[in-house]
Design a protein around this ligand. Structure first.
Ligand code: ADP
Length: 416
């Protein structure tokens, strides 16, 4: 599709503390949203840079503001909207914006059309995700102020997991804590929802049955999916729980935290820095959070970090298979899951007891099917596409909300 012939698009935004990632999808009523271009503005408030690529990965734009330039989120959005207009011509219109929003709490179990009431409800969830939610909300509010007529849709990383039984969402704490929101929410939901949506094309038996999806990136988690719905996941109240990650610790005995407070005198800020930024693959290896670097290293501590990562995946796989009452398929996705032959091979070999029978050749070739024909549990490599999931949700939410008054709570996709 030539960019100059595209009239209407859906802009997908993913805001972090110092970056805004974007993807633009062509919108036509006839076909599925189609990627036109994508990129990021990063280094906000310090050393801002912009880079964009077309759908084939060819570079189509770049800018470096230089060290010390103070581009903020508002400036980044303004720059991006102007750049898009230049790229796509005067007749082009961004029809709607879809946002990745980390936390939907218990009330948002589906995407929500944004208005000031929804923003107020999302603000209340900031204490549950203080490192991410404020940046997601900042972008939403900037666009509400700049273009109040532009439809915006919030798509939540937690929403897919709201189908889990209560028992899977509970901590064994006094009830008052659960009532005030201390419960397992789960994350990476847009990725798992995408995998669940495409799995029928690969493996209809597993799609109707029991699958564990492994989203292994810098952030890493696993999800038990039965007939397309989440029934359990490794991340909990925050994206710290479960697997060791690039720099996050994963599951940890809460007694360790008490020890760090009582014996090491650590305060909340020091603990946050340790658990979110100094642990995981980086902490164990002392070398890097990047799996490629660890795989290429001969350092014993790099090997120890990989061993722990694989071991924890194996333990969680057994646990999630128990939650499912059996297993029909495993699916690898995200940076490590899609690209690391070694990690997939080791995870599959350790899962032989569950019925996974790896086809080593197919694994080296990158799949999609990496299990032998006749394997009791099939094994797949399926690239995730959270941005496309957001574009689809944005389009569907607009269509639904167009037929309802905007203040109807049902149009926000929440459970009230
Ligand atoms: P994020 O969670 O930031 O989106 P990604 O999904 O991009 O992260 O995953 C990043 C991880 O994927 C890094 O640890 C990186 O080393 C790993 N990775 C990417 N390519 C490969 C590869 N070819 N082999 C091993 N690991 C890889």
């Amino acid at each position: 599709m030539s960019r100059s012939t595209i009239d209407e698009t859906i802009l997908v935004l993913n805001a972090g503390s110092s970056s805004v990632k974007f993807s633009l999808f062509a919108e036509s009523s006839a076909s599925a949203p189609e990627l036109v271009l994508h990129g990021r503005v990063e280094g906000l408030y310090a050393s801002p840079k912009f880079a964009a690529k077309d759908a084939s990965g060819a570079r189509i734009g770049g800018k470096d503001w230089g060290e010390g330039a103070t581009l903020d989120h508002d400036g980044a959005v303004g720059f991006l909207l102007d750049w898009l207009q230049q790229q796509l011509g005067a007749s082009h219109k961004v029809k709607a914006v879809g946002h990745r929003v980390v936390h939907g709490g218990t009330e948002f179990s589906a995407p929500a059309r944004i208005d000031t009431r929804v923003v107020a409800r999302l603000e209340k969830l900031v204490p549950l995700a203080p490192l991410h939610q404020p940046h997601n909300l900042a972008l939403i509010k900037i666009l509400l102020a700049r273009s109040p007529e532009l439809p915006q849709v919030a798509c939540f990383d937690t929403a897919f997991h709201r189908s889990q039984p209560d028992v899977a969402q509970s901590f064994a704490l006094p009830a008052e804590y659960a009532e005030s929101g201390v419960r397992r929410y789960g994350f990476h939901g847009l990725s798992y929802e995408y995998i669940a949506a495409v799995l029928p094309q690969f493996d209809p038996r597993a799609a109707a049955g029991r699958t564990v999806a492994l989203h292994l990136g810098n952030g890493a988690s696993m999800c038990a999916i039965r007939a397309g719905r989440s029934v359990a996941t490794t991340m909990g109240f925050t994206p710290l729980d479960g697997l060791p990650m690039g720099t996050r610790c994963g599951a940890i005995d809460p007694g360790v935290l008490l020890y760090l407070i009582n014996e090491r005198g650590m305060d909340a800020r020091a603990m946050e820095n340790l658990l979110y930024h100094q642990s995981g693959l980086l902490g164990v290896s002392g070398l890097s959070s990047d799996m490629r670097t660890l795989e290429a290293s001969n350092e014993p501590r790099a090997k120890a970090a990989i061993d722990l990562f694989v071991y924890r995946i194996g333990r969680e796989l057994g646990s999630l298979a128990a939650a499912l009452g059996g297993l029909d398929a495993i699916v690898f996705t995200a940076g490590i899951g899609e690209n690391s032959v070694l990690i997939r091979e080791r995870v599959c070999r350790d899962a032989a007891w569950l019925g996974v029978d790896l086809d080593a050749e197919a694994n080296r070739a990158g799949g999609p099917c990496i299990g032998r024909a006749g394997s009791r549990v099939s094994a797949w490599v399926i690239p995730t596409n959270e941005e496309l999931m957001i574009a689809r949700h944005t389009r569907a939410t607009l269509r639904t909300s167009a037929s309802r008054p905007i203040l109807d709570p049902r149009s926000h996709g929440c459970n009230e």
